[in-house]
Design a binder for this molecule. Structure first.
Ligand SMILES: Cc1cc2nc3c(=O)[nH]c(=O)nc-3n(C[C@H](O)[C@H](O)[C@H](O)COP(=O)(O)OP(=O)(O)OC[C@H]3O[C@@H](n4cnc5c(N)ncnc54)[C@H](O)[C@@H]3O)c2cc1C
Length: 515
């Protein structure tokens, strides 16, 4: 019997799902998700991703059931699963979304393509969001993004409309212990997976929380509610990018007619949020166009800058949340508990790692990938390199953790929430508690070096030395000359065209960002 295999990857929904819609229009479908042991053994995988996936698959199974299909789960490497299925129950068509993932998913997709060619199976892929495969030039990128986002969303299949085929064998969900996960910790307060919670998060952001977005996204105190919190749902495709963009635009239109101050604030918040929708795809496009940026410097002139100086004690202290800088250690504690921190704090963590602690971005990035529930390789690795100063095209951004605490947590509410020892430290010593004289330590019952860590380096001098090393390279003529090609390949034309105007269209006044 002719049927199509719909391969679900990071697109766990039936709404605006082009491969599913296409397959359904051509006859029976086998809706397949493959749990791939080799991917879960990668150093960027963590238990929280595995559990979030499981929750999202349960939700997807429910959505498919209402359309008349059953989600089929297989365990194994995809080419082998497809070969086994094809041998037992031949099929001629495989459909899926394009995936811009890590090196392992890229290699797997190449293997699947080879297998399909050998077997005469037609594999058709659709773009998942505004990322363009085989993009010839960045010049046309923005127009293509707009065209994708403005095209109508595809409706889900009608109830009971799918003619569903089953796998000729049955696999059960493998226990996480069998998956060789690099991080076996599941943050107790992380977001739960699935389209249903994702829709709830979107709804209350568009109707209420978006009003706090512009003022609330930088401080780790306000960000958990002011930010949209859509990232894990976008990363796993529980919500489609296009549907989020269009729902936001619809809400912006509705708010235009309301003239109370809250509606105005919400409108401003949603405008700033829309800029992030562009950033999402803009950053993933970089990895799509240059997969090597996952593991090597975007600007090769920075090769060798930090590689030889790896300091395990610095890395251990960072991972353990024992750098001594309260804002940094509190963020690490929050990540362990929730799987999320806001953009500003992520940038600060990488800046501290890359400058005063002088750690190479790759190992730090793998650790953070496991800490972030929303790990999205394209955004993650582009941001890691940008914050570490190895893209060659971005301004050096160095976040001072003491200043970040003074600006965004002046009363120590955040650091005291996540670092209980600081609750006993007097306000006067909150930003630099390691400087407490012995008699103050004795009075408040907090021992520096034991209850709280002593910084591993002097922040000011270590940062100054790090910047000097980076800038010494940056100022060399061959390194300056090589920038042009990187800008040509990865830079945003939109910003280049608008440079010089007072307000750039896709940056919020609060948090402008180098592209
Ligand atoms: C070092 C570093 C690593 C990061 N790694 C990831 C990652 O693995 N996955 C991830 O989704 N985001 C990552 N970000 C970007 C950003 O911090 C998160 O998208 C954001 O904090 C997620 O929360 P939110 O959905 O509430 O964000 P919101 O501010 O509400 O933004 C909405 C969406 O826009 C996109 N977005 C927001 N900010 C950015 C940005 N700066 N660059 C690109 N896209 C953006 C995301 O898809 C996000 O979900 C990283 C940032 C840094 C500095």
């Amino acid at each position: 019997m002719g049927y199509t295999v719909v391969w679900f990857k990071r697109d766990l929904r039936v709404h605006d799902h082009a491969p599913l819609a296409h397959a359904a229009a051509h006859g029976p479908v086998l809706c397949l998700y493959v749990v791939e042991p080799s991917l879960w053994a990668q150093p960027d995988s963590a238990l929280q991703h595995y559990q979030f996936l499981r929750e999202s698959l349960r939700d997807l199974a429910q959505q498919l059931r209402s359309c008349g299909a059953r989600l089929q789960l297989a365990l194994g490497e995809v080419p082998e699963v497809l070969a086994r299925l094809h041998a037992l129950q031949p099929f001629a068509r495989l459909v899926s979304h394009e995936e811009t993932g890590n090196g392992a998913t890229y290699a797997r997709d190449l293997a699947v393509a080879r297998w399909c060619r050998r077997q005469g199976v037609a594999w058709q892929e659709w773009p998942q969001h505004g990322v363009v495969r085989r993009l010839p030039s960045r010049e046309r990128w923005h127009g293509l993004w707009q065209a994708h986002m403005q095209a109508p969303c595809l409706p889900p299949p009608l109830p009971a409309s799918l003619r569903s085929i089953s796998l000729p064998w049955s696999d059960t969900w493998p226990a996480p212990e069998t998956m060789e996960l690099a991080d076996a910790h599941d943050p107790p307060q992380r977001q739960r997976g699935g389209r249903t919670p994702g829709q709830q998060v979107l709804h209350d952001f568009l109707h209420m929380r978006g009003a706090w977005y512009r003022d609330g996204i930088s401080s780790p105190l306000t960000a958990p509610t002011a930010c949209s919190r859509l990232s894990p749902y976008l990363a796993l495709g529980c919500l489609g990018m296009r549907e989020v963009v269009q729902a936001t635009q619809l809400r912006q239109v509705q708010l235009k007619s309301a003239d109370d101050p809250r509606a105005a604030r919400l409108r401003q918040g949603l405008a700033a949020f829309m800029s992030r929708m562009h950033w999402h795809c803009h950053f993933i496009q970089k990895l799509e166009s240059e997969p090597e940026l996952e593991w090597r410097n975007l600007h090769r002139g920075y090769d060798g800058l930090r590689e030889e100086d790896w300091n395990p004690a610095h890395f251990d202290a960072l991972q353990a949340g024992r750098t001594g800088w309260p804002m940094v250690d509190a963020c690490v504690a929050m990540l362990r508990e929730t799987g999320w921190v806001n953009f500003r704090m992520r940038a600060m963590l990488v800046s501290v790692a890359a400058y005063p602690l002088w750690l190479h971005w790759r190992a730090v990035g793998l650790w953070l990938a496991r800490q972030f529930l929303d790990y999205e390789p394209g955004i993650h690795w582009s941001q890691m390199q940008m914050q570490a100063g190895t893209t060659g095209i971005n301004t050096t951004r160095v976040y001072n953790p003491i200043k970040q605490a003074q600006d965004h947590d002046p009363h120590g509410v955040f650091v005291r929430r996540w670092l209980p020892a600081l609750r006993r430290v007097p306000d006067a010593w909150l930003f630099e508690p390691w400087r407490m004289p012995p008699e103050v330590q004795a009075r408040c019952g907090v021992r520096v070096g034991q209850d709280i860590a002593t910084p591993l380096v002097d922040l000011a001098s270590a940062t100054k030395a790090a910047k000097a090393r980076l800038h010494a390279l940056r100022n060399q003529e061959p390194i300056r000359a090589a920038k042009a090609a990187i800008v040509e390949k990865h830079g945003s034309r939109l910003l280049r065209r608008t440079a010089g105007r007072r307000q750039l269209p896709f940056t919020s006044p609060q948090q402008s960002l180098d592209f």
